[in-house]
Design a protein around this ligand. Structure first.
Ligand SMILES: [Mn+2]
Length: 343
């Protein structure tokens, strides 16, 4: 079933514009994740297979576990090559905006450059409340990932036969990482049909899972072990688990960037736990990650007490208190917040 957001007449119009364009840029969002890198590269390879040259630009660097994807070498980073990127934006004919729906999501400075550009803008995205800045807006807020939308873009254009292992790897990676390995409610039968089709076109899913997830170092696992052994508090009366780490504890464990990524999900995986919190000391501030299941709006709790926000089941916040004081504040405020939800 074709996704109705990709109307054939719109696609024909867009490809007419592309055929008359010299400089075509494809942007992803700040702090690029698997969907940002996967969807932009998939589109880049697809356009390339149709004889259309383009350039992928990301605001800043992306995690090492995404570097195996074909085409990552050719990505320009605004933080590393600001002049080159600025020049390209000035002469751009078409700018694709993938996996974000307001231009500020690429960062302040780069966002202003995009705003000033009179290139034809195209948005392909799945986030809520899209801004109205693009001549071509392809937004589906029910979709699990932008990578799935890129597949459907190709499908609607009648080009599925052009999907090879290279394009398939990028799409599969975007879907995999944005769905927590096909587990979030946003996954539909269509998502699995797409995964099946990608595998039939050469994607080796087991290798991608290894590349993305089997990236632990002994040091990271030891830090996780320490955290769970010494810093995990389970509050069964409110189905909540809290973990925390101070700067000193992280230094003692030779913690590197990204080591604590996913720790909060481990806390959420405890049987019976529906809210998980990770409190972590950063340079001048204490950062808090919230995760929840079902309709517990952790973004609202974070907004109320920690000036944060995010999604209903995944939110962030910050605190000027110490780590212990922050944990105490959460333990004090969370019970009444959760209690009023059921009323
Ligand atoms: Mn996404």
């Amino acid at each position: 079933m074709l996704n109705p957001i990709f109307e054939k007449s719109k696609l024909d119009e867009l490809f007419q514009v592309l055929s008359e364009s010299k400089t075509i840029l494809i942007f992803g969002h700040k702090n690029p994740d698997g969907d940002s890198i996967g969807s932009t590269l998939a589109l880049y390879h697809y356009l390339g297979s149709k004889g259309i040259n383009s350039q992928v630009i990301q605001p800043d660097g992306f995690p090492n576990f995404l570097k195996w994807m074909e085409g990552t070498d050719s990505i320009l980073l605004f933080e590393k090559q600001p002049e080159e990127v600025t020049e390209l934006i000035k002469k751009a004919d078409v700018i694709f905006n993938l996996d974000y729906n307001e231009q500020s999501r690429v960062g302040k400075e780069l966002g202003e450059l995009l705003q000033q550009s009179d290139a034809v803008k195209v948005m392909i995205d799945h986030h809520q409340q899209p801004d109205d800045f693009a001549q071509f807006t392809f937004s589906d807020t029910t979709s699990c990932s932008t990578a799935q939308l890129v597949y459907e873009f190709i499908e609607s254009n009648g080009d599925l036969p052009l999907i090879n292992e290279t394009i398939g790897n990028c799409i599969y990676t975007g879907i995999l990482t944005d769905t927590g390995s096909f587990r979030f409610p946003s996954v539909t039968p269509k998502t699995h049909l797409i995964a099946a089709d990608l595998i039939s076109r050469g994607v080796v899913h087991s290798r991608i899972h290894e590349e993305i997830y089997d990236i632990n170092t002994p040091e990271r696992l030891k830090l996780l072990g320490y955290t769970l052994n010494n810093k995990l508090e389970v509050l069964p009366e409110i189905n909540t688990a809290i973990i925390s780490l101070t700067m000193k504890e992280m230094q003692d464990h030779k913690t590197q960037k990204g080591y604590t990524e996913g720790f909060v999900n481990t806390a959420l995986s405890i049987l019976g736990v529906t809210t998980a919190v990770f409190v972590k000391e950063d340079k001048h501030i204490v950062k808090i990650s919230f995760r929840s299941k079902g309709d517990i709006p952790v973004n609202e709790f974070s907004k109320l007490h920690f000036g944060g926000g995010g999604h209903i089941n995944a939110a962030g916040g910050a605190s000027k208190l110490s780590v212990q004081e922050t944990v105490d504040k959460i333990k004090k405020e969370l019970p009444s917040f959760l209690a009023q939800l059921t009323k």
